[in-house]
Design a protein around this ligand. Structure first.
Ligand code: UDX
Length: 448
């Protein structure tokens, strides 16, 4: 929304939320205190805020004034009832639709920005039409393809913008209104318009394809470790085939983030609900492979440390689900930590951006052990060299650039010998690390 406002100074954009603290943080004088860390975001907010971008908790007023309303609420995986653990929870989307229907007195275009199952637009339309007061609505789907850490860059120069709408004259008018907003900075040929269902499904399909690439290369990484092939070399070799392409072929300890797992589970659920069991099984395998990758990384640590990590100190470098973000949702680090804590390891975590509260909240959420136990066994430190001191092993969970720059010789001196590094992102130079004296295990690389 900040980028839309920055690029369209003639349009007033009001971002509303029921969460007062969040809105206060978005209005904070100090731009370093915005609720999200994202490179380039504060500059955009600084330019547009107070000019044509506003943050407010007065939701009803904003609904009344708006001609176009974007629904951008959470659609987490359901944790209860039918579809538990798989289907998207549409509670918040529905609440938004009901509030719009109750408050609106003039015609509106309602845009689904949240990632939603196919045919959700119909449900939104039903709620708007049947509980409203004669107000006319058009529902558009406009999924977001930005990735965290590069969000501003992705928004400034997207591969494409997708807008789905009703196949009618009114639908086309609504689509055109949204196209005009994006067209202020995006070439028209990159703005794709489709029917609503294609747009909704394309978002799920795009994430499923991306996640599938990561699981595919991770499956190959395990083969590399036993055959002597090097996964980076394989990625490069296959990625140079222009039909395959080089992106999303970096082997890792497993993908995380708020979207991949959630969207695939949702896709699997939808396929099952239409009786398409083979389709469902096909996509579910992407998740099964990802879980396997996280597990085997943790189990490898245990097995290389002579089959016991009980009472041993393991230093975690990184907790975020990828570099350049403080987001930890579904981060592989959480699950690797959980396995190791079950083995009674003692973990020390250093992450340049993730807070101590977040790390404990992630672990507590799993409900595997008591919060006290989590705090007793896992410590969070603000200094990487301190995290590694007296460690029996170091595990790299996030590919932060700074990890490559550390003085590994100095770290080697401070750890317990034999010294182990488990590189879940394959970011260190293996030969140099081994020359220092470490036993170095990286995803997708056979250890000599
Ligand atoms: C993703 C999609 O890329 C984006 O289009 C969508 O809008 C939201 O979901 P995001 O979750 O922010 O974005 O991050 P992304 O860069 O896609 O990475 C997801 C996970 O896959 C991370 O844990 C990352 O480390 C991992 N990954 C990615 C790999 O392990 N290897 C790769 O080659 C690429």
């Amino acid at each position: 929304m900040s980028v839309l406002a920055q690029k369209n100074p003639h349009i007033k954009i009001t971002v509303v939320d029921i969460n007062k603290e969040r809105i206060a943080a978005w209005n904070d004088e100090d731009l370093n205190d915005l609720p999200i860390y994202e490179p380039g975001l504060k500059e955009v907010v600084n330019e547009a805020r107070g000019r044509n971008l506003f943050f407010s908790t007065d939701i009803d007023k904003a609904i009344q004034e708006a001609e176009m309303i974007f629904i951008s609420v959470n659609t987490p995986t359901k944790t209860y009832g039918k579809g538990k653990g798989m289907a998207a929870d549409l509670k918040y989307v529905e609440l938004c639709a009901r509030q719009i229907a109750t408050v609106a007195t003039s015609d509106k275009i309602v845009v689904e920005k949240s990632t939603l199952p196919v045919r959700t637009a119909q449900a939104i339309k039903d709620i708007l039409d049947y509980t409203g007061n004669g107000v006319k609505y058009q529902v558009l789907s406009n999924p977001e393809f930005l990735a965290e850490g590069t969000a501003i860059q992705d928004l400034m120069n997207p591969d494409r913008v997708l807008i789905g709408g009703e196949e009618s004259e009114e639908g086309q008018e609504a689509i055109d209104a949204l196209v005009d907003i994006y067209a202020t900075w995006i070439p028209k040929e990159k703005i794709l318009t489709t029917n609503v269902w294609s747009s909704e499904l394309s978002k799920l399909a795009a994430n499923a394809f991306l996640a599938q690439r990561v699981s595919s290369i991770n499956a190959i990484s395990e083969l590399c470790e036993v055959t002597g092939a090097d996964v980076d070399e394989v990625s490069k070799a296959i990625g140079m085939d222009s039909r395959i392409g080089p992106k999303f072929l970096k082997a890792s300890v497993g993908f995380g983030g708020s979207c991949f797992q959630k969207d695939i589970l949702n896709l699997v659920y939808i396929a099952k609900s239409y009786g398409l069991n083979e389709v469902a099984d096909y996509w579910e395998q992407v998740i099964i492979m990802n879980d396997h990758q996280k597990n085997r990384f943790a189990e490898n640590i245990v097995s290389k440390l002579y089959n016991t990590v009980s009472g041993k100190k393991i230093a975690f470098l990184g907790w975020a689900f990828k570099k350049d973000t403080n987001d930890t949702r579904e981060s592989a680090a959480i699950y690797v930590a959980d396995v190791l804590l079950n083995e009674q390891a003692e973990i020390t975590v250093y992450d340049p951006k993730v807070s101590e509260e977040r790390i404990y909240a992630d672990l507590d959420y799993l409900n595997t052990r008591s919060p006290e136990e989590n705090r007793r066994l896992l410590k969070v430190v603000k200094e990487p060299y301190k995290a590694c001191e007296n460690a029996h092993a170091i595990a790299i969970l996030t590919e932060w650039d700074e990890f490559k720059e550390y003085d590994w010789q100095k770290i080697f001196v401070s750890v317990i010998k034999p010294a182990f590094i488990f590189d879940g992102r394959k970011i260190l130079e293996g030969n140099k690390i081994q020359d220092i004296g470490f036993q170095y295990y990286a995803i997708g690389r056979q250890t000599n």
